[in-house]
Design a protein around this ligand. Structure first.
Ligand SMILES: C[S@@+](CC[C@H](N)C(=O)[O-])C[C@H]1O[C@@H](n2cnc3c(N)ncnc32)[C@H](O)[C@@H]1O
Length: 230
């Protein structure tokens, strides 16, 4: 398939294409923070009845949600990034870990899952965030552009869980670009890959808007330096 690439700033890029073709052409990253398709067809069933999208039916194709993340991509992530946060990790074959990130959606009694789980390889204990995401009752009231869009506050919190010194983040399942917006907000480099042109365009627009926003920080956090032993 043809590949489009938008270099949005010196260290922020979004690529439109199939991640199985794109990832082998990229280098290594400090961290992967991603939200792959879980393969449960969720987008086609319940979420699209909720009426919270920015515009009705403005979500591109939902065909991607029929298949879970390709194990080849998960292997690439495990081999080419130091730290990993992978949403839907409970649907994929990943090793035992001490640290799951738990997003409690505070969504009351209904047939939606109470929480979403992100598998990590972080050297810490389980962490949890409460962030209401229940139809129109959503903390933050962010406009919705993607059927399985993650809240910006949840993705920013995920980045806060990464060890100090992370400077570059990759999201091979970029969707509407929420991870990228969160990275820009924290002064981190970001590389996103998204196969659907519609979502790629949304990602570029949202991340470019975030890059234009005046920010309070000047530099990313300094990488800790190992002192020489005398
Ligand atoms: C769960 S959604 C990500 C939503 C995102 N976290 C957000 O907040 O908008 C997964 C995305 O991965 C994309 N995708 C699925 N398979 C892909 C592939 N092989 N290469 C690139 N993107 C893919 C889908 O088009 C979909 O937009």
């Amino acid at each position: 398939m043809s590949v489009r690439k938008e270099q949005l700033s010196e260290n922020v890029v979004v690529i439109c294409g199939d991640n199985r073709e794109i990832l082998p052409t990229l280098g290594r990253f400090d961290a992967c923070v991603t939200d792959p398709p879980y393969g449960i067809g969720e987008s086609a069933k319940k979420n699209n009845t909720r009426g919270t999208l920015a515009k009705p039916n403005d979500y591109g194709t939902d065909a991607w949600d029929a298949e879970p993340a390709d194990p080849v991509v998960l292997d690439w992530i495990r081999s080419n990034t130091l730290w990993q946060i992978i949403f839907g990790g409970n649907y994929f074959a990943l090793p035992a870990t001490s640290c799951w990130l738990v997003w409690d959606k505070v969504n009351g009694d209904n047939d939606f899952a109470d929480c979403e789980l992100a598998w990590t390889n972080l050297p810490k204990a389980v962490r949890r965030i409460h962030w209401m995401w229940n139809g129109m009752l959503r903390k933050g009231k962010e406009p919705r552009f993607h059927l399985t869009q993650k809240p910006l506050g949840v993705m920013s919190w995920c980045l806060d869980q990464l060890p100090a010194g992370v400077e570059t983040v990759v999201d091979p399942y970029c969707g509407s670009g929420t991870t990228g917006v969160a990275c820009v907000g924290k002064g981190l480099g970001f590389t996103g890959v998204e196969r659907e042109v519609h979502h790629f365009d949304t990602s570029c627009r949202r991340i470019a808007e975030e890059l234009r926003r005046p920010r309070l920080f000047a530099e990313p956090a300094a990488r800790p330096v190992q002192e020489a032993l005398l």
